[in-house]
Structure formats: C-alpha cells, structure tokens
Design a protein. Sequence first.
Length: 509
Amino acid sequence: KILIVDFGSQYSQLIARRIREMEVYCEIVHHSQVLKQISEEKDFITGVILSGGPESVYEENSPAVEKELFFAGLPVLGICYGMQLIAHLNGGSVERAETKEFGKASLEILDEKNPLFKNVKQNSQIWMSHGDHITKLPEGFREIARTSSCSAAIMNDNNIYALQFHPEVSHSIFGKEILENFIFNICKCEKNWIIKSFIEEETEKIKQIVKDDKVILGLSGGVDSSVAAVLINNAIGKQLTCIFVDTGLLRKDEAKKVLEYYKEHFDLDIKFVDAKNRFFEKLKGADEPEQKRKIIGHEFIEIFNEETYKLKGAKFLAQGTIYPDVIESQSIKGPSHTIKSHHNVGGLPEDLAFELLEPLKELFKDEVRKVGAELGLPHFVVNRHPFPGPGLGIRVIGEVTEEKVKILQEADNIFIEELIAKDYYGKVSQAFVALLPVKSVGVMGDQRTYEYTAVIRSVNTTDFMTATWSKLPYEFLENISNKIINKVNGINRVVYDISSKPPATIEWE
Ligand code: XMP
C-alpha cells in the first residue's frame, strides 16, 4: 500500500482518491506517524507520497517528517509542500517567491527516458499553486522537468521524486499518467484494491470480531448506514438489530419507504421508533440554528440510548463511518484518533458502553456506493444525495412546527421528483427545498394570498467543502415554481438560491 503523508493540503484526499481509482490501496497518515507505520508494516508499504500544505518549510514548527524517511529504501513522491520539504531536509534552499504562482503552466520534460514520464506528452498543461520555491537543489538531485517560470518543476534523485505542481488535479492534463508511473513503474504496486474482495474480507472480519454477540446499528436510510447495515446483516444475520428513529424531520414518506424496503429485500431486523411528537415538543420556541441542532442531536441520542437499553445484551454499536469522517477527526494538529461524533447520531456519549464496529471506515464515498451496488442495494439508495442529520429541522428556517414541516415536505418532494423525472438528479450533487419564515402577498384567482416563501437549492460539488449553484434551465425552474405554488398550500412564492459556497454554505442553517 501507499502512504500519503498529510500536511494539510486541501488536495490530500484527492490524491488518495486518484490512487484508489488505480485499484491500489492507500492510507492518509499524520506526518509524525510515518516512520512508525513503516517500521510496523514494512512488508506492505510500497511507497510514500508527501502532500502539499499551506505552510512554509522554513518556518518554525512547520510540519515535517524525519529525515530517515529518505533512507528507508522506499520510493518517495513529494508534491508542492512535500517537494519543498524534501529540498529543505536534504540541504537545498527554499524561499518565498516574489510572486505566488497559481494556475496553468506548461511542463517541459528534460529527461524523457525517466520512468516517471512514460506516456506523458512534452509541454503539456500542469496546475501550479505555490508561494515558495526552491532556489538551490539538494545535493544529488537533478532537475528533470521545468516550466518557463519555474526551474525544477520536477527534481529527482534515485527513487525520490519531487513535483512543484499538483498532478492530482484534473487541470494537470497528464497528472494521472505521472501518478500512475510513480505507483506502477517506480513503486511497483499491484492492482489489488477491488470492491469484491473488500466485501469478502470485511464480511469475514465482521464474523470473527462479533462471534456470537449482538450488534446494534442506527439506520438513517442514507447511503452509509444502509450499506453498513446490509454488509453486517449478510455477515451475521439476526444478530444485528437496526434502530430507525422517525424524528418527524425526514423527507416525505421516507420513514415508511425505508422500513418497507429493507424489511422486504434484505430481511433486516428493524426496530421502528416513532418519536415525532418528542422532537416537535422539544423544538417549540427554538429558532436559532445552533440551538435547534443541539436540541435535535440531544434528543436523538437520548432516544437511541433508551432503545439500546431496552434491547439489552448488545456488545457492538455499528456505524456507517466512512474514511473522510475518520480523516476529519484525526485532524492535522494531533495524531490521536478521536472518534468523531457520527453525523447522523450527533455525538456519542463519553461513557460509551459498546465496542464500535465500523466496516466502512476505510472507504471513500464513491467506494461505499460501489459496495452498496455490489451488495444489491437499489440505485435510489446508492446514489442518494446527502441529507443532514438534523434533517428538515434546519431546512425550516426559524421555528420548526409540524405544519411547516408538512408544507416543506410537499414542496421538497415535488422538486426531487421532477429532478429525477427530467434526469437532473444524478447530475447535481445535492438538491432540496428550504422554507423561509417570510410571508409575502400574492394573488390566486381573485383571492389575495399571504403565505410562505420556498427556496429551491441545488449545488454541484465534489467534496462539499466548496460548491457552485447548479445552472438548471429556466424552463425547468419555472415548471418547479408553478407546481409548488399550485399544489402546496402555504407557499405562494418560490425563489432560486444562486449563492456558491463559500461564502454561503449549502444548507441555510
Ligand atoms: P454546509 O451547509 O456546511 O453543508 O455547506 C455541507 C454538507 O454537510 C451536510 N450537513 C450535515 N450533515 N449533519 C450532517 O450529517 C449535519 O448537522 C449537517 N449540516 C450540514 C449538508 O447537507 C451538506 O451536504
């Protein structure tokens, strides 16, 4: 496997995705843990990639790796900050450039025979994004490619390679080939990261870990918890009990659909908890987003705890935690592995009485979807847009009432069904309706109306950290607006949200 050392780059996850796409297994590690991991897993690690990062290598306390890494005999690829670190640690010089270089550049290859350049065209476009540059190469290193403004766009010594640009982003036209060459020609990795074998291995692991004990899982109907439930159910069957809490803040008919579907197709043992009234009661009078989130999160945990207590005797709590959740919780500041409060549970109690079972914690979202598809989960589950834990509680803006949730459910359902019918659902990353507490005057027939405003929100994104609003056709939007206003009592005005993230967020609260 390949280790990717994270120095805080927004692209670290992208590097990992690219490598997994090559069917090679990789992990992101904290910089202080690399040598330890290499010594512990000597026979399995075939190469190391040093990611980019926002800091400068010459600053005090900037993140680094120990120099011994370069003597471990493993191929190393440094990208941007990773390159500068290689230079800095090996006696080269790194300085702040007079102007930051950001954007496209053309790569002139100086050593065409180098295995890194197989199938890479001369003068192809690459993507630069750096403020520091190398002013003196470390001893033993050679410049093997450059750009017009940057000598040593790539430097090399034996099996240590360093790139000033970002091969992992799609703007670097031959970036994929460069990474592939490093992985296959230089690290000599084999393609062995395959979804089918993941399922077989993980099923076996679950059986071994759980033995005869019982497992509880909070099923939300979202992709992650659904895939985890089916995977575990395949492994241990009736030893698994799923708890489904109907918060009253789910999409229209969602609770019913989820229950029927999983019972019928996967024979899952689901305990349904109707907690609508408890949530609406607790939310009375609360109109501030963080306050609402807290109320919903706490109530959820309380109900979940009550139910697990009733089920007695379970040893494991299973969760649909996925790799990005794990990376987020690891945080660049410290290597300790804190358990992230699962986004759908909203925070685990500290005195957790269970052992955690997280079979998806090494997978990226697209891999979870592939596992789901392989396990026979239907397209509409596997390709679902994300849905926030607090649900419609944060999409009814301001105070939440049962009546407002009903209005929102109807409007949202119209929008989503139209997106599916017109084949846009899979082309946008997340779409929903939010209900504003703003009433405005309208006219219907000869009647004056005074009703709520609905916001249509649809965004495109790969990582949900940044997003752009979807450029849906006017006719489509017009049709949605007409349908919502005509069919949903309580809404007489529809607006389209054209804010990107940042500075807006995807959700309104
Ligand atoms: P924002 O609104 O921060 O959302 O741009 C980014 C993504 O996260 C989802 N989201 C949540 N998911 N619990 C969740 O499980 C939450 O409390 C929560 N808040 C936001 C949001 O839907 C989007 O996909």
